[in-house]
Design a protein around this ligand. Sequence first.
Ligand code: HSE
Length: 320
Amino acid sequence: MNTHAASTAAGLESATAFAPASVGNVAIGFDILGFAVDALGDRVTVAKRAEPGVGITRVRGIAGELPRDPQRNTAGQALLAMQEALKLPFGFNMEIDKGIPLGSGLGGSAASAVGAVVAANALLPEPCSKLELLKFAMQGEAVASGSLHVDNISPSLFGGLVLTVGIDHPRVKQIPVPPDVRAVILHPHMFLSTRQARAILKRTVELSDFVWQTANLAGFISGCYTNDLDMIRASLEDVVIEPQRQALIPGFQDVRRAAMEAGALGCSISGAGPTTFAWARESNAAAVRDAMRREFERKSIQLDEWIVAIESAGARVIEP
Ligand code: HSE
């Protein structure tokens, strides 16, 4: 397929979108809060075809083994959901260029679904709103994780730090991030299945943990709105999910301790892991990263690392 977008008198015939990676949960907003990370992302090229349905013509990049059956592929299922909802008289062929490692906790399955719907949207005679695209992409994400959740889809689509309230009628709020904050992200080279990392979670929460986690989420959001880094430091702590998952990541407790000792505002698991992230002031983000890296290296774990401002503009069409 020609990856360069082509246009005819009837409109675009193909388009390529970039969808950024994302850090889900952000410690205290399980399934509802996430931020986008432009340092890596997926590129999806979608072309119109006469026959209905969705074809996945090529998968390349760092995950070539994705299912080609559209119903088992996050991007494919997202486009099928779009076709069904809009009753489109044409179908799509799609190429996926994976820039986000699978099973990394960096929202790779969400990014493919978001990239697909953003590229396809550029081909529609009447484009959908981002909120409509969110619902289609959610259907795709469910293929990978077995549940409808939005903490990776929303930031990848909208950009920045994003809170999403509701599933059937989602409301999306982009939360301001204090300008001094940087995200430190370390991706250990190991695979963790989101499905399994969800399956181990208890179905019930202790009342005291519920109170603590609720206070932390409220404190964190209010700290972001008021540029109160002390409040963020006091509240960026997951007392419900992280304790249940930390054993899945070798050395996680030492990495977290090292990050906090180096002055991080908070440190937790990115999505379902194994990627681990911290928030830090710009002035000590490098020290936090080095402290975290040393602990992973003690376990002989190879990794990639990034320090980023939380300022992604979200998914966008890049060709044409
Ligand atoms: N909120 C999800 C989880 C993100 O932590 O399971 C992974 O897709």
